[in-house]
Design a protein around this ligand. Sequence first.
Ligand SMILES: [Zn+2]
Length: 79
Amino acid sequence: MLPFSFADGLFFYAALWLILIIFLWLRELHRNRRSGWELVKGRLFNCSSCHHSFIVKDSRNVVRCPKCNAMCILRKHRN
Ligand SMILES: [Zn+2]
């Protein structure tokens, strides 16, 4: 005879899944906060030579393309 019923086992199984999901969610929040990247349209550069798109972390207007090393200038777009 089992020391616990089927309902107790099912509850324990669901509780373990819930704890696992909460743990993974909190870990993902912590990882996102630590990396500091955010998707902002103003930081997306597009190289005019090789058409490579890349994101720059700080707010510079002129950067070098990581693929072809050409100068890329951020142009302000009107919405
Ligand atoms: Zn390039």
